[in-house]
Write a protein that binds this ligand. Structure first.
Ligand code: RIB
Ligand code: CA
Length: 313
């Protein structure tokens, strides 16, 4: 079992990543920290707890984090994730009163777990990087205490194919200052970017393979708004499995072809705020700081995702 922590902004694909990671049986999840992102923090906390309750996993700590980005105003993605952040799925599953009141703060929890499990803990970040940036500001040694940091975010080769600005992806765009702190922290970072996640669309054909299994209704209902948005914006009927692929990389790194390069983040320009700039040719003569993704075995990943949710993987 790999010791991991998830930092989420639940969100539809965050929910699918939680299902996938926990059902894989390969991850020893020390806790899930929550951050303002797709929807406001309070809704992220509630959605994360509701999904875990739906799974029967109320043993997993859920720790609240940043109410908003470091500097900029929060922007949410209701048009992608629905008014409640999970596409209106599991309306009857509530989680209030199930977890004891938790007055811990996500950045402190990240520091505590990284210190307790030195060299063993993988931090999987699938929302804006605000919590991890705050942890680094309080305790910079977290960067070396963590075994690995795997981030869903950015785009490095597919300029112009962002989902917030032509060159910016939501998680980085939502708090580019936080991303800048994280990318230059010295942590062992792998960036699972739109370059590969936009090749992993969950279609109705995939979803129908879940019929008769525990998560069929949740996956079909939670992805409805997301699939409609993708059809309208990208002309592709499906839910891009951004966050599940990030978990998939932790489960099986051979799913992605990676290279280490120098990556930094634009935080000034209104045209490209949140752009992850990868210096493939070493023009800036800076040491590589991020493992970037150049290819994905999409069919093998999608098959594993479906089989894991079917309970057969
Ligand atoms: O750009 C996609 C990412 O932004 C995903 O993590 C999605 O959940 C949103 O957080
Ligand atoms: Ca997310």
């Amino acid at each position: 079992m790999k010791k991991v922590m998830l930092d989420v902004d639940t969100g539809v694909d965050d929910a699918l990543a939680i299902l996938y990671g926990l059902e894989s049986g390969e991850l020893d999840v020390q806790g899930i920290t929550t951050v303002c992102g797709n929807v406001p923090l309070e809704m992220v906390v509630s959605n994360t707890k509701r999904v875990l309750t739906h799974m029967g996993r109320t043993d997993i700590p859920v720790v609240p984090g940043a109410q908003r980005p470091l500097l900029r105003e929060a922007e949410h993605e209701y048009k992608v994730h629905g008014a409640d952040g999970i596409g209106g799925a599991i309306p009857d599953v509530q989680a209030e009163g199930v977890w004891p009141y938790d007055d811990r703060f996500a950045p402190d929890f990240i520091i505590e777990q990284a210190s307790r499990h030195r060299g063993e803990l993988t931090l999987i970040l699938v929302g804006p990087l605000t919590n991890f940036a705050l942890a680094l500001r309080r305790e910079p040694r977290v960067a070396e205490w963590l075994k690995e940091v795997v981030i869903m975010g950015g785009l490095v080769s597919e300029a112009g194919r962002g989902n917030k600005l032509p060159n910016a992806e939501f998680n980085i765009y939502a708090d580019a200052e936080a991303a800048l702190i994280v990318f230059h922290s010295g942590a062992d970072i792998t960036l699972v970017s739109l370059d590969v996640t936009l090749q992993t669309y969950l279609t109705m054909e995939h979803i129908e393979q879940l019929e008769g299994t525990a998560y069929y209704n949740f996956v079909r209902e939670s992805t409805g708004v997301f699939r409609e948005f993708s059809r309208d914006l990208f002309g592709t009927d499906g839910c891009a499995l951004h966050d599940p692929l990030t978990v998939g990389y932790v489960l099986d790194p051979t799913l992605l072809q990676t290279e280490r390069h120098y990556v930094t983040v634009e935080t000034v320009s209104p045209l490209s705020y949140g752009q992850t700039i990868c210096d493939f040719r070493g023009l800036w003569k800076e040491a590589p700081n991020v493992r970037v993704c150049l290819g994905v075995e999409a069919d093998r990943f999608l098959a594993h995702f479906i089989e894991t949710l079917r309970g057969k993987a």
